[in-house]
Design a protein around this ligand. Structure first.
Ligand code: CA
Length: 248
């Protein structure tokens, strides 16, 4: 996910940025409300972690203005105020969730995942990448019109790769998001399933590493590409110029 952290407490901001980056998210961190509005508009984050007490524009103003501009990023408000009316007001203003400070990082990331699942649920019912089609409601996959039978886990893995098509995703990220396991689980289950998927998607055709739909990004993980990326970009782990999924 692209995450925008809006927090003027430096210790907490640093902690959130590095913790979320270690989980594979792309994180921007700003310390005031004006910068938050600028980045929210320019960068289209998937999720905004929003403190309420901020310099320049407070969190409530940021939230109200984002929603007035039809910014549909998920917003998780981080508040130190335990009074219920503050939390109710945030939700009524368009926040998706509120978390009371101090919070545990585990609870924060669980709530982030829940918000992401909600977004994904309302995203495109059909994902396409070249001649590959994934129907999310019917749980079916076809390549060039040929139906491909996948297990539930293979389907979830391919769905995640398609939602992040063109982006390099780490093994740790896949373990967290697809297997709900810690990133450092010391298992090779991701590589095993990638091989299953490659075999099924390629339909047993001659192995050509350059044309492979699921590319290996050295020292990092995998990327669904194989369409128009040039080999030099692949080797350095650069993202290919493809569109991110459009969330409804
Ligand atoms: Ca604050």
């Amino acid at each position: 996910m692209r995450v925008l952290v809006v927090e003027d407490d430096r210790a907490l901001g640093t902690f959130l940025k590095s913790g979320l980056e270690m989980q594979g998210h792309r994180v921007d961190w700003v310390e005031d409300g004006e910068a938050a509005l600028l980045l929210a508009a320019a960068d289209h984050p998937d999720l905004v972690l929003l403190d309420l007490g901020l310099p320049k524009r407070d969190g409530m103003e940021v939230l109200a203005e984002m929603r007035a501009r039809h910014n549909d990023a998920s917003v998780l408000v981080l508040t130190g105020r335990s009074d219920l009316h503050v939390q109710v007001e945030c939700l009524d203003m368009g926040a998706d969730d509120c978390l009371l400070k101090p919070f545990s990082f585990y609870e924060l990331t669980a709530r982030c995942r829940a918000l992401q699942r909600r977004r994904v649920k309302f995203a495109d019912p059909v994902l396409r990448h070249g001649d590959l089609e994934l129907h999310r409601m019917e749980h079916t996959v076809a390549r060039a019109g040929r139906t491909i039978g996948l297990t539930a886990k293979e389907f979830s893995l391919l769905e995640f790769l398609m939602l992040h098509r063109g982006e390099a995703v780490s093994r740790g990220q896949l373990l967290i998001e697809v297997w709900q396991m810690p990133a450092a689980s010391g298992t090779n289950v991701v590589d095993v399933y990638i091989n299953y998927l490659r075999r099924k998607l390629d339909g047993g055709e001659a192995h050509d590493a350059q044309a492979e739909l699921i590319e290996t990004v050295r020292g990092m993980g995998y990327r669904l590409g194989g369409l128009s990326c040039n080999p030099a970009a692949r080797a350095t782990g650069q993202s290919c110029p493809v569109h991110r999924p459009a969330y409804a």
